[in-house]
Design a binder for this molecule. Structure first.
Ligand SMILES: [Zn+2]
Length: 67
């Protein structure tokens, strides 16, 4: 069974979108990941905006995200 990534800040289990978004926003080679709400907190953005960003990156064909 593959080990699922957890948010380094709050320990929440992460979706692929969340790990991909961390890579996109923080560092492509990131080895520590954040959940959506911790990312929102970190960047002082709302979770809604981050969800829209995920959709944006997907529509741009970013390969970090699942199609
Ligand atoms: Zn978190």
């Amino acid at each position: 069974m593959a080990e699922q990534d957890r948010c380094v800040r709050c320990g929440a289990l992460l979706s692929k979108d969340e790990t991909a978004l961390t890579r996109k926003l923080i560092n492509r080679g990131a080895t520590e990941f954040f959940c959506l709400s911790c990312l929102a907190n970190h960047f002082q953005l709302s979770e809604d905006i981050l969800l829209k960003k995920i959709e944006e990156f997907k529509s741009m064909g970013c390969t970090l995200f699942d199609p």
